[in-house]
Design a protein around this ligand. Structure first.
Ligand SMILES: Cc1cc2nc3c(=O)[nH]c(=O)nc-3n(C[C@H](O)[C@H](O)[C@H](O)COP(=O)(O)OP(=O)(O)OC[C@H]3O[C@@H](n4cnc5c(N)ncnc54)[C@H](O)[C@@H]3O)c2cc1C
Length: 382
């Protein structure tokens, strides 16, 4: 039905991920959602099978694979009807641990990565602030040098894994008195004095994923916690964004495909006026449009992933792809509710959950409007 050739070299891997999800996670998703939390054992279960170390070098316990395998993981893991859980895991393993592996000091990598890969220590990524989301240049969190230490003060919000994290990448300003400002990211031990979890946020979807507000009061870190060098934080953040956006996109694609399959089955099984509702032209038309959008999404996403794997500048294709695929995934979930009728509005079927969870994908990691701006910049319009 869908393009199974693209990831064909990873067929066994994909099959194993599906089997693991079916056995270990699917039976518990509803109860985890009722508790507004999934247990940390999810990380350990995945860590034991090696799934948290896809992009981590072997010397730290990972498998040192490429973005193609990571892409196969994202799409397959995205099939589980809990986008909050799948992205919380991916942020930890494919974005945070990966950033640390690429830019952390040897001391920091040895301290965090071996435990991150087995799911014993969990990471978060703190960029957004109460008054600076899309416009990250407006952050107020500052790190000031004092002797051989750096002292961090400020606040962050909407941080995935923020309440459960053992380590956190904190994006700061290290020069703020005059432009050009300088930005630096530090990896911070969340047990340190001065690292505070202000509160957990209540949300429409992603309910099993913890989303926290954090604050830092005279949080003291040393030079081994710097990612890259002082002043390189902006460049590092922008370099990592393409992959983060593609991770979110491929995951949404996996979710949209599953939502479509479930809806197609439902339309075949559900009878009205003596026939399957699939036979009504209007229903068939919606299903055809869903399928078309998924096929377009595959073409865009796989093209962007190829560009990334070939180390090409893929900022524009990734921005276009994220915008298109994530917007379409929400549309697909919305139409899935419609085709399920009253049942679509209940928790007995997945569409309501897909809809609530996928709604975030056009906001997190750069909104659809910001993705549009990336392209407009290319046109020389802003
Ligand atoms: C559940 C959840 C998990 C998250 N996880 C993390 C995380 O782990 N780490 C982290 O750092 N952040 C995280 N975020 C934050 C997320 O990345 C931001 O919400 C997002 O970047 C948007 O920023 P904002 O919310 O401040 O919106 P704003 O920047 O205030 O935007 C508000 C609206 O204005 C529009 N807008 C803003 N600027 C422009 C412009 N120049 N042109 C056109 N339109 C514009 C936006 O598109 C949007 O529609 C998370 C958010 C949520 C809700």
């Amino acid at each position: 039905m869908f393009n199974i050739k693209y990831f064909s070299e990873h067929e066994v891997f994909i099959d194993n991920v599906r089997k693991l999800c079916e056995k270990e996670f699917l039976p518990h998703l509803r109860s985890w959602e009722s508790n507004d939390n999934f247990p940390n054992s999810v990380f350990e279960t995945l860590g034991k099978q090696g799934y948290l170390g896809i992009l981590i070098p072997e010397e730290f316990g990972g498998i040192g694979a490429d973005y193609k395998l990571a892409g196969a993981w994202c799409e397959t893991f995205g099939e589980i009807p809990d986008v909050g859980l799948s992205i919380a895991v991916n942020m930890h393993s494919l974005v945070i641990s990966h950033s640390l592996a690429m830019s952390g000091t040897q001391i920091a990598k040895e301290k965090w990565l071996p435990d991150a890969v087995i799911g014993k220590k969990i990471g978060a990524y703190a960029f957004t602030e109460p008054d600076a989301g899309s416009d990250l240049s407006g952050i107020l969190t500052r790190a000031q040098k004092k002797g051989s230490k750096w002292i961090i003060n400020g606040a962050k919000t909407f941080i995935t894994n923020g309440a459960r994290a053992d380590f956190c990448l904190v994006f700061t300003k290290t020069k703020w008195d005059k432009k050009p400002y300088e930005y630096t990211t530090f990896v911070v031990d969340t047990k340190l004095k001065g690292f505070n979890i202000s509160r957990k946020l209540d949300k429409l979807g992603w309910r099993t994923s913890d989303t926290a507000e954090l604050s830092f009061k005279d949080l003291e870190v040393d030079e081994s916690c710097i990612l890259g060098e002082i002043g390189t934080g902006w460049k590092l953040a922008m370099n990592n964004l393409n992959w983060e956006r593609l991770m979110l996109t491929l995951s949404s694609l996996g979710s949209a495909k599953t939502c479509f399959r479930e809806t197609l089955n439902y339309a075949n099984e559900r009878k009205a006026f003596g026939k399957s509702i699939y036979n009504f032209g209007v229903i068939k038309d919606i299903l055809h449009e869903m399928y078309t959008r998924i096929k377009q999404g595959e073409a865009l996403a796989y093209h962007s992933l190829d560009e990334l794997c070939e180390k090409k500048d893929c900022k524009i294709p990734v921005a276009l792809t994220k915008r298109k695929v994530c917007e379409d995934a929400i549309w697909i979930a919305d139409r899935a509710i419609q085709i399920h009728g009253g049942y679509g509005y209940t928790k007995e079927f997945h569409p309501e959950k897909w809809w609530r969870d996928l709604r975030l994908m056009t906001i997190g990691g750069g909104t659809s409007e910001i993705m549009g701006n990336v392209v407009a910049k290319e046109w020389g319009l802003i």
